[in-house]
Design a protein around this ligand. Sequence first.
Ligand code: PGA
Length: 236
Amino acid sequence: MTSSKIIAGNWKMNGTATFLKECLSYWQSLSLVHNLVICPPFTLLTEANKSIHSSKVSLGAQDCHQKLTGAFTGNISADHVKETGCSYVIIGHSERRQYHGENNDLIKAKAETAISSGLKPVICVGENLGEREQGVTLEILQTQIEACLPNSSRDFLVAYEPVWAIGTGKAASLKDIEEVHGFLRKLVGSGIPLLYGGSVTAENCKEIISLSDVDGVLVGGASLKKQDFGRMLCGQ
Ligand code: PGA
């Protein structure tokens, strides 16, 4: 029997309430092998929570603020996220690092706050193309891990997402994923789920999640394809 892994779907700034409802109803009608964490935009979370009725499905947000309350116009706190019914929150995604200037210190602060609100942060790390080409991938990851991981608890996940693999259709090779995950496992120790993300599709998902030290995947584009994502959740 295939063991259950975590398949997280990051919808980014995509999707509608109607489509999400349709997807959740379809996915929950399947014989799910893996555990789904669906991460739609903030505005869809409360409604999505009402459509979840499988113990294999949970809800996640894509970010939260590092403070719990205050004068931060337009921001969403970890308590707000928790109140929608979320169990998870993605922290430090490379698009947040790139377009919102988020650095390792901020990411650590957000992760600590998320934990204090009862959420499990999915902390993203990953090298960019220049770093990969210079051969400094493992050093970069070590720096990010040492700087970003919370001290208060071990109730978090780490997602390895090489920046050059995100949305490019060019996933890291199985060999590279295995090497990096083995390295991350040594750094973080046992009991912390390690996800891979970056151009995961219905075609490569099964092989990727069967690698050692890969506890699941974080999926962007392919999580918006109802049927393909359904196949991934069923271990096909
Ligand atoms: P992708 O995105 O699957 O579209 O490459 C992954 C992510 O950004 O988490």
